[in-house]
Ligand binder design. Sequence first.
Ligand code: NAP
Length: 251
Amino acid sequence: MGKHRILILGGTTEARRLAERLAQRVDIEATISLAGRTVDPKPLPLPTRVGGFGGADGLVDYLANEKIDLLIDATHPFANRISANAAAASERSGLPVFALCRPGWERREGDQWMSVADVAGAVKALDGVARRVFLAIGRQEAGQFSAVPQHAYLVRSVDPVVPPLEVPDCRYILASGPFDEGDETRLLHENNIDVVVSKNSGGAATYAKIAAARALGIEVVMIERQKPAGLKTVGTVEAALELIDQMLPPA
Ligand code: NAP
């Protein structure tokens, strides 16, 4: 019997960790797929393909052409379209699928969160007096904050925000996690930040800004998740490895 063929939809720390584990398995041939948004992604220990598939139909074709046995959606909790495509492709092709998605952060004592449903809700939450805003939601949707130009912005992203925000006062930092709580506390304090805008991404790598905001008594506008339900989901790489062994017969 040949090796099991797995496609991991990636772009997250969890996908990378899963790739590291599967790269060591002699019974599995896995490929990781990236959307191609990050200009210079860190190298991965598995064969990597880059770019969209062309919707759910394109994904169905890819899965058939590559004789994939199992699809794993390990994309970011806010990457909704690709997850919906993974669910649709699995339904159409009958291929097993599951999602690896870290749990969201829970509100703790001392947190001053204003939970909103989406980026538009976060923009609306800032519709008031001028404040100093730390915007840490990634570059793709940062431009929406041009609608509330009265604030002074500090924007952090992995790649540059293009085009930049149409606001008079904005500075940009390029950095990728993991971030340290001491560094985040300094960043918020030294820049006199009044409010942090964050996605409820979950995981340890970007939690430090949330902990720092709590310690400094700074409000967080928290964009909550809207992942479409439907895919069986595990929260850790270990659980994903167990599920792989359950879903695939021994090679
Ligand atoms: P999205 O809105 O769900 O997906 C948009 C389109 O991008 C999909 O329809 C698909 O194109 C393509 N795509 C997305 N992920 C892909 C993958 N892993 N491999 C191949 N094609 C993919 O996704 P997004 O929010 O733009 O995120 C794009 C990537 O960045 C994802 O891999 C995600 O894990 C990562 N990421 C996202 C965020 C975030 O906040 N959204 C944060 C960190 C990392 P086709 O329909 O043509 O197949």
